[in-house]
Design a binder for this molecule. Structure first.
Ligand code: DQA
Length: 140
């Protein structure tokens, strides 16, 4: 059974009530429960933190044994050399995900410290971006 984890960065704990015009009305817990039911043949964990170091610790912890990491580093995507280095350091493939199309938004969101070392990048499909990332690991 494939072992995947979704790692979410800062403010993604507010999904469902944060800027719903951009991020939608569903909470991440609701999405996660639906995904677990839809993909019974994988284990799909979820970890969220607003703290950069905790995200790095989690990436290091799972990054040599899990089959895949689905990472939405949120605002840290655009600022964190540390998270970028963590993604580079591990052996587990990372798919970078964003709910919104970051390229259609402010210029500072066009930069990513994750993308150069990600297996792939999926963005702009709402919470479906996570589902497409899950599916990308099933194909392997
Ligand atoms: C985001 C895009 C980031 O620019 C932003 O800081 C987020 C969410 C997304 O999923 O669209 O918090 O990663």
């Amino acid at each position: 059974m494939k072992q995947l984890i979704i790692i979410n960065g800062p403010n993604l704990n507010l999904l469902g009530k944060r800027e719903t015009n951009i991020y939608g009305n569903l909470t991440f817990t609701e999405f996660h429960e639906q995904a677990i039911k839809k993909y019974p043949n994988i284990t799909l964990e979820h970890f969220q933190s607003n703290i950069e170091g905790e995200l790095i610790d989690k990436i290091q912890e799972v990054g040599f044994t899990y089959d895949g990491i689905i990472l939405n580093a949120a605002a840290y995507t655009h600022t964190s050399v540390g998270i970028g280095d963590a993604v580079k350091a591990i052996t587990t493939p990372v798919v970078e995900v964003h709910i919104s199309n970051t390229f259609s938004r402010e210029e500072f969101r066009h930069q990513s410290y994750i993308s150069p070392n990600a297996k792939g990048v999926i963005l702009g499909f709402g919470l479906q971006s996570y589902e497409l990332a899950i599916q990308s690991f099933l194909e392997d």
